[in-house]
Design a protein around this ligand. Structure first.
Ligand code: PLP
Length: 355
């Protein structure tokens, strides 16, 4: 090690799902198989590229206003960022500054651990139960903050607002972040608790239900006070976050409620059909409230399934990590893509004796 390396911040980075260059059946990073709302293309075409020489609006007003209107919250209750990863990372930096550990589930979005280490925030992982459910009592003790996704990833399980509120009630003196990346495929959002719990931050994204992972748009909804603190940190870090194209395209996407609801319903219908089919093949999985299924088979090794599918150009996600090594996470694609998945799965199972 060179002498200068001792002062370098060393981190073990998050490993994103593969983004292959060739065309594959891509069921590995929970993107939406349908295009964004038609208004997005129109907005993009109407952009004047001469304006690209100018910085974008640092307050991101068109997008903040559209989100505030959609969710019927104040403009001062909305914060936007470059994907919810950016928003969440700034939330960690802004809200988690205690000497006590922050708490999150052991099986969850693996980025939480990365941000905690990056910012040197002490953390403690609380085991989800055998059914992958969050154990609420684990979050009652003293801590420096709480974060969990709802629905959780990669389990796809949705916890009731009653549980979310219970965790909030037991944590009035710290910030509780609910990461709702998949909420549109599930039940009611914790946004409805915002006015009663000024320590709650809800984050959501355009990457999944709004088909815009490539534009990088995420947001947080919270009390005006917490949004002010977030903005203070943002303006201490990078004032111009969202670019001009993302701002107008994002605003258009939010405005088209009908298209959004239709797309969500299509994915939920495909999810139900795919679940029935997986069950018939002998897979089991937690009931999905997201756009993916987290499936395991008693007779076939998950890694082998993952690799066999990949060989056939079908990408799903698999983690070599305790408790979930025998699971694959399959994004819900179009019906046609799911057909290809099932053909490949059936061929694999027929050609391979059960272990
Ligand atoms: C996809 C995802 C995010 C981040 O999505 P962005 O593309 O950065 O908006 C955050 N949390 C969870 C649980 C996710 O699955």
């Amino acid at each position: 090690m060179e002498a200068f390396e001792k002062n370098i911040r060393k981190v073990e980075p998050y490993v994103p799902g593969e983004q292959p260059r060739q065309r594959v059946v891509k069921l590995n990073t929970n993107e939406n198989p349908y295009p964004p709302a038609p208004g997005v293309e129109r907005a993009l075409r109407e952009l004047d590229t001469a304006d690209f020489r100018l910085y974008p609006d640092p307050a991101c007003s068109v997008l903040v206003d559209a989100i505030a209107d959609h969710y019927k919250v104040g403009r001062d209750q909305v914060f936007v960022g470059v994907g919810s990863d950016d928003v969440l990372s700034l939330c960690f930096l802004t809200f988690f500054n205690s000497d006590k550990p922050i708490l999150f589930p052991d099986i969850t979005y693996s980025f939480y651990k990365v941000w905690a280490r990056l910012y040197r925030i002490p953390y403690e992982c609380k085991k989800v139960d055998e059914d992958f459910r969050i154990v609420r009592e684990d979050y009652y003790g003293e801590n420096g903050g709480v974060i969990f996704p709802n629905p959780n990833a990669p389990t796809a399980l949705y916890e009731s607002l009653e549980l979310v509120e219970d965790i909030l009630r037991h944590n009035r003196d710290v910030i509780v972040i609910v990461d709702e990346a998949y909420i549109d495929y599930a039940g009611p959002s914790a946004i409805e608790l915002i006015d009663r719990y000024d320590n709650l931050v809800v984050t959501q994204t355009f990457s999944k239900s709004r088909s815009m992972a490539g534009m990088r748009i995420g947001y947080a909804i919270a009390s005006p006070k917490l949004i002010r603190y977030l903005n203070d940190v943002k303006y201490s870090f990078n004032s111009y976050t969202l670019n001009r194209a993302s701002l107008v395209c994002g605003a258009e996407a939010v405005k088209d409620r009908a298209y959004f609801e239709e797309t969500v319903e299509k994915i939920k219908a495909t999810r139900e059909r795919a679940g029935e089919r997986l069950a018939r093949l002998g897979f089991s999985f937690p009931e999905s409230s997201a756009n993916f299924l987290f499936a395991t088979h008693p007779d076939y090794d998950a890694r082998e399934i993952f690799e066999a599918l990949k060989e056939k150009g079908i990408y799903v996600r698999w983690w070599d990590s305790a408790r979930i090594r025998q699971y694959v996470r399959i994004t819900v694609g179009t019906d046609e893509e799911m057909e290809k998945l099932f053909a490949a799965l059936e061929a694999f199972m027929a050609g391979r004796k059960a272990v």
